[in-house]
Ligand binder design. Structure first.
Ligand code: NAD
Length: 271
C-alpha cells in the first residue's frame, strides 16, 4: 500500500544532538569500576564519564591497540587512575585475573560493567556456523557470567553490576540471530541475578541501546550518511556513545538509583 502522491508524511530525522554532553560531577567519588570492552565505543564513553564522576577505572578489552591508550589518557585527564587489562572475557581465567588486578592495583571493586560483545552480521540463517555461534555465546554470555562470578566476592552493599544488553534482545534482529539470543539472555540474566543478589545489597541492571555510532557496526565505515544507520528509529539517527553513558552513571550510583534493580533500560531514540 502506497500513500497517494502528496499525502505521504515527510518526517525529517531528529537533528543530531550537538549541545554539550553531560559532564559529570562526583556521584561515584572513591569508587572503582571494571568495564569490559571499555577501550572503545559505549565502554569508552562510560569509562570517561565514570572518571568525571570520581571513579578510578579498570578497562578490560580484547586486543592491544591505540583505542585503549586513548581511553586511558582520557580517564587520566579527568584526574583519575586507569589500568588496562587486555585479554578475552570468554575465558574464566582471564576474568579472574582482571578482577584480581583491579583490586590489587586500584584497591577495591564497586562497579562491574559487563559490556564487551561479539557481533557479526549474517543475512541468512544457513550461513550462521556453529563456530560463529560459539564465539558469540562465549563472549556475550560466558563473558558476562565469568565476570560476575569473579567480581562477586568483592561486591557488597552499594555495589552495582550493569550489563549492556540491546534492543535486539527485546525484539530480535533478523541478521543477528545468535547475537539477539545472547542479548535476550543478558536481559533475563539481569533480572534473575538481581533477585539473587538483592540480600547482599548489590543491584543489577541493564542498559539496552538501540543503534549507537561505534566501531562495532560495520555500517559506520560503510554508511554514506549517519542517518542511514538508525533510520528505523523515530529520531532517524543513531545515538552517540556519550548519549548512552549517563544511564550507566545513574544505575551505578546508589544516590540516584538505590531502589532500582533488575531493570532493563532501553535507550532507543523513541523506537
Ligand atoms: P565497540 O566495538 O566499540 O566496543 C566493544 C569492545 O569490546 C571492543 O573494543 C573489544 O575490545 C571488546 N571485546 C570484544 N570481544 C571481547 C572479548 N572476547 N574479550 C574482551 N573484550 C572484548 O562496540 P560498542 O558498540 O561500544 O559495544 C559495546 C556494547 O554495546 C556491546 O555489548 C554491544 O552489544 C552493545 N550494543 C551496541 C549497539 C550499537 O549499535 N553499537 C547497540 C546495542 C548494544
Amino acid at each position: 500500500h502506497h500513500p497517494k502522491p502528496g499525502m505521504e508524511h515527510r518526517i525529517e530525522p531528529a537533528p543530531m544532538y550537538d549541545a554539550p554532553f553531560y559532564k559529570g560531577s562526583e556521584k561515584l567519588k572513591g569508587k572503582v569500576a571494571l568495564i569490559t570492552g571499555g577501550d572503545s565505543g559505549i565502554g569508552r564513553a562510560v569509562a570517561v564519564l565514570f572518571a568525571r564522576e570520581g571513579a578510578d577505572v579498570a578497562i578490560a578489552y580484547l586486543t592491544e591497540d591505540e583505542d585503549a591508550n586513548t581511553t586511558k589518557a582520557a580517564v587520566e585527564k579527568e584526574g583519575r587512575r586507569a589500568i588496562l587489562i587486555p585479554g578475552d572475557v570468554s575465558e574464566r581465567a582471564f576474568c579472574e585475573k582482571a578482577v584480581a588486578k583491579t583490586v590489587k592495583e586500584l584497591g577495591r571493586l564497586d562497579i562491574l560493567v559487563n559490556n564487551a560483545a561479539f557481533q557479526i552480521h549474517s543475512s541468512d540463517f544457513e550461513d550462521l556456523t556453529e563456530e560463529h555461534f560459539d564465539t558469540t555465546l562465549k563472549t556475550n554470555l560466558y563473558g558476562y557470567f565469568h565476570m560476575a562470578k569473579a567480581a562477586l566476592p568483592h561486591l557488597g552493599p552499594g555495589s552495582a553490576i550493569i550489563n549492556t544488553g540491546s534492543v535486539t534482545g527485546i525484539e530480535g534482529s533478523k541478521e543477528l540471530v545468535d547475537y539477539s539470543m545472547t542479548k535476550g539472555g543478558i536481559h533475563a540474566f539481569t533480572r534473575a541475578l538481581a533477585g539473587n543478589l538483592v540480600g547482599k545489597g548489590i543491584r543489577v541492571n541493564c542498559v539496552a541501546p538501540g543503534p549507537v555510532w561505534t566501531p562495532l557496526n560495520p555500517s559506520e565505515k560503510e554508511a554514506q550518511d549517519v542517518s542511514q544507520f538508525g533510520s528505523q528509529t523515530p529520531m532517524k539517527r543513531p545515538a552517540q556513545p556519550e548519549e548512552i553513558a549517563p544511564a550507566y552513571v545513574f544505575l551505578a550510583s546508589p544516590q540516584m538509583s538505590s531502589y532500582i534493580t533488575g531493570e532493563i533500560l532501553p535507550i532507543v531514540g523513541g523506537y
